[in-house]
Write a protein of this length. Structure first.
Length: 490
């Protein structure tokens, strides 16, 4: 009896432990199997143990016949217990196969999930890096677009302006508030044939480079330009655009013109020196004999009048020859500290006193910030006298002459401006005004060497002389000189 009771107690303990394990992991098939086995074990233990206890009690009380009657039932219960255990075992085998497949799939799914997580994390990192690179690239090219000293323009194939950098606004004389939607790059070409040529090259090759054109600014002024462009197909679904790069070559063309002018002056100077020397000696002889004859001739005779006429024209010839020699002669400059405002004012007062400019309005505007400079004062005076005398002749008896100075801090230079409201210079003559012997004055009133000499003096100081003129409105000469301080000069 004690053994039967112990078997029942042990089976209950096993069932309790199996149920506890099953509650910890409901999906664990092994714990489920053990629970069912423990159920069957408990059933067997109760059946077997209770049967033994009941048998002993009935035997002890002399009721063996009752035991004989219920013994088959106890055996059936035992058989049922073994059937349950066998069924659970067979069921467990099939369930275990399914469970193993599920677990394998679960592991594979977890591995795949981990791999996807890793790939997704790497993809996010790659996207972040690419986004950063794109942002850096965009910022870099946007900076180039904004700070470029050349015009950068994006336009449609028809020339409609889509985007223009700040320098482009400045070069085309546009305002930052101007609406680009109504602007077409074609309209800035002074010659439409040049735009047609560009369109053909873009259609054929997709790009073109360094085409020299004349662009017309919004204020009507012209700008010599070097244009390059490339067709951009863009992303799928986007319209094609053209990226233009435009360089302002006005300064280069001016330098080329100045170099040609310098070469021309050098060649003519050499020729002039030779001619002047050959002419000067015979003129001296003629003048000497003429003056000798005049000493012995009475003033009231016709012969005396003829000799005076000869003397006058010979002196004029010698003056021209002297100008030629001065033009050809490269004397050593006398550089010294110069206060340019004082020099300009002295020259203006001198011209006013000697040239009878009483009826002309004089405007003086001197920049007090112009520092002392190292210059050849005599030669600069010669240039200013020449320009002011020309301005006086152009204005005539009524008009305005303006003389001004300006200190340009950005490139440490200064500018002297002589402007008048005279009759101006024809456009066809502007390119020739610095040529030796070129003059628009009547014969006998000028040699045409004044501006040539002035040009040479300014160039010898490392400067440049610019001219703007409009017939009927006046002329402006602008001399730009580098500011060399006395300390730097020393």
């Amino acid at each position: 009896m004690a053994g039967s009771a112990a078997m029942i107690i042990l089976s209950l303990m096993c069932l309790r432990l199996a149920l506890k394990l099953k509650r910890l992991d409901q999906s664990n098939v092994i714990w489920t199997y053990l629970a069912w086995v423990c159920y069957a074990l408990c059933l067997f233990a109760f059946s077997r143990g209770a049967g033994h206890i009941l048998k002993h009690l009935l035997v002890m009380t002399g009721r063996i016949n009752i035991w004989e009657a219920i013994r088959p039932i106890s055996g059936s219960i035992n058989t049922l217990s073994f059937i349950v255990v066998s069924s659970v075992t067979l069921f467990f085998h099939r369930t275990w196969i399914i469970y193993s497949d599920i677990q394998n799939d679960k592991i594979a799914l977890k591995n795949l999930s981990d791999e996807l997580f890793f790939l997704n994390r790497n993809l996010e990192q790659v996207v972040a890096e690419r986004t950063k690179e794109v942002a850096v690239s965009e910022r870099k090219y946007r900076r180039i677009f904004e700070v470029s000293r050349d015009l950068i323009l994006v336009a449609g194939k028809d020339g409609a302006i889509l985007e223009l950098n700040p320098e482009g606004y400045s070069m085309l004389r546009l305002k930052s508030t101007d609406n680009l939607k109504n602007k077409n790059f074609r309209s800035f070409f002074s010659d439409e044939k040049e735009w047609d040529q560009i369109e053909k090259m873009l259609e054929k090759d997709g790009f073109f480079a360094n085409i020299e054109v004349e662009l017309k600014r919004s204020d009507g002024s012209m700008m010599g330009s070097l244009v390059s462009g490339r067709l951009d197909a863009g992303l799928p679904g986007q319209e094609e655009t053209v990226h233009f790069l435009v360089k302002d070559i006005e300064q280069r063309k001016l330098m080329e013109k100045q170099m040609a002018q310098a070469d021309k002056l050098a060649s003519i100077g050499q020729l002039s020196a030779g001619i002047a020397h050959e002419i000067n000696n015979p003129l001296g002889v003629i003048l000497g004999y003429t003056q000798l004859l005049l000493r012995n001739e009475k003033t009231e005779t016709g012969r005396y009048s003829d000799l005076k006429t000869i003397e006058k024209h010979v002196k004029n010839c010698k003056s021209i020859v002297e100008d030629l020699l001065n033009f050809a002669r490269s004397s050593k400059p006398e550089i010294k500290t110069t206060l340019i405002n004082e020099v300009a004012d002295d020259v203006l007062n001198f011209v006013l006193h000697h040239a009878k400019l009483d009826g002309i309005d004089i405007i003086r505007n001197y920049d007090k910030n112009v520092p002392p400079m190292m210059l050849d004062e005599k030669k600069i005076r010669q240039v200013l006298i020449n320009l002011l005398m020309n301005a006086g002749h152009a204005v005539g008896k009524k008009g305005t002459i303006r003389l001004s100075t300006e200190y340009i801090r950005d490139d440490n230079s200064m500018a002297i401006t002589v402007a008048d409201t005279g009759y101006g210079i024809e456009k066809k003559n502007l390119a020739r005004i610095f040529d030796p012997f070129f003059t628009t004055k009547p014969t006998g009133e000028g040699t045409g060497l004044g501006l040539s000499v002035s040009y040479g003096i300014v160039k010898s100081h490392g400067g440049e002389i610019l001219v703007e003129s409009e017939p009927g409105k006046g002329t402006l000469f602008r001399i730009i000189l580098p500011v060399i301080s006395p300390e730097a000069g020393n």
